[in-house]
Design a protein around this ligand. Structure first.
Ligand SMILES: [Zn+2]
Ligand SMILES: [Zn+2]
Length: 340
């Protein structure tokens, strides 16, 4: 099968991904073999390809926002059948027995495996995943529009949950890429006012289109009493700026898997019971809830599609912030063709 493989990390400008031919994988007893219709491109893929996070498996096929069609099933599979459309997110497997798994926090499982990281992912024609970690995709979403829900959407949703955003008045969003443009729609659905901080004039326009009350730069004062802010951009320098904008008792959520160093700041910025916490991955419950909510709202995902064969060029565009909304790689089985 056609696949993109990372053998050694390097800056994407040096094209570290290699287009190669791999054997079609066989499903184990509990696995689905999925023909990849589309695979979303996430900032985490960029961090993996460039080696900004530790790489437990090399070579590896990246990609963890897979929408595909079940093509073969293992002997014990009961939840899905051949021909079903399913999605596969970042959390590929959790042990089910450790302290974290047993307390509803399988996203923190000590033995968790992640798609396109410890397990070959979706920058390929086929991918294999345990049926208990795959999801039915709501019919309302074409393949490409569904892909960003699986990581950008799910992680944004977990950030909203950790910030108790359903029960606040004012939310701040720092960075307005794939995650934020989904999170804002959930927040607006809950009746929350949103201020969006982003450098890009185009992203500010999109934010206002999607119901933001205010949009401006991270160095500007929104004037809003923010109860919670979420930083999606991997820039540690935003942390003091975002804390400065929080009201007393407010929470700052850091939603990225990677962040540049956070500058030193005065205790004043977290005085007044301001809190700060990171989001690590997401649980199956997060995924199920977000997919149901996405269909009910319904969430509109902004995607730019590209043929699977352009994966390495697309990562470069992502690095240069040249993607509007979310980038999605389109394989042979997709229900909508690549435009890029
Ligand atoms: Zn991701
Ligand atoms: Zn576990």
């Amino acid at each position: 099968m056609y696949a993109w493989q990372l053998r050694a990390p390097a800056p994407v400008e040096d094209r570290p991904l290699v287009a190669t031919d791999l054997p079609v994988p066989d499903p184990g007893p509990h696995d689905l073999r999925i023909q990849v219709n589309v695979c979303g491109v996430c900032h985490t893929d960029l961090h993996i390809v460039e080696g900004e996070i530790d790489l437990p498996k090399l070579p590896v096929v990246p990609g963890h926002q897979i929408v595909g069609t079940v093509d073969a099933v293992g002997a014990e599979v009961t939840r899905f059948q051949v021909g079903d459309r399913v999605g596969v997110p970042w959390l590929n497997w959790a042990c089910g027995v450790c302290e974290y798994c047993r307390s509803g926090r399988e996203n923190l499982c000590d033995f968790a495996r992640f798609t396109g990281y410890q397990v070959d992912g979706g920058y390929a024609e086929y991918q294999v995943t345990d049926e208990h970690f795959a999801y039915a995709i709501p019919a309302a979403f074409p393949d490409a529009q569904a892909a960003p829900l699986l990581c950008a959407g799910v992680v944004g949703y977990r950030a909203l949950r950790l910030g108790d955003v359903r029960n606040i008045k004012w939310l701040g969003l720092y960075g307005f890429g794939a995650s934020a443009h989904i999170a804002i729609q959930v927040a607006r659905h809950w009746g929350v006012e949103v201020a969006v901080f982003t450098r890009s004039a185009e992203h500010r326009r999109l934010a206002l289109d999607l119901g933001a009350t205010w949009a401006g730069g991270s160095d500007e004062d929104s004037g809003a009493p923010l109860d919670c802010s979420i930083i999606f951009a991997p820039a540690g320098a935003l942390v003091p700026a975002a804390l400065r904008g929080l009201r007393k008792g407010g929470t700052l959520i850091l939603a990225g898997i990677h962040m540049s160093p956070i500058p030193q700041f005065d205790y004043d910025l977290i005085w007044g019971e301001r809190g700060m916490r990171s989001v690590a991955n997401a649980t199956r419950q997060d995924a199920e809830e977000l997919l149901a909510l996405a269909a009910a709202i319904p969430i509109r995902t902004e995607v730019e599609t590209f043929p699977m064969e352009q994966a390495d060029a697309v990562l470069l565009k992502l690095k240069r912030s040249e993607i509007r909304g979310a980038a999605v790689l389109v394989g042979k089985g997709a229900d909508n063709l690549a435009s890029g």
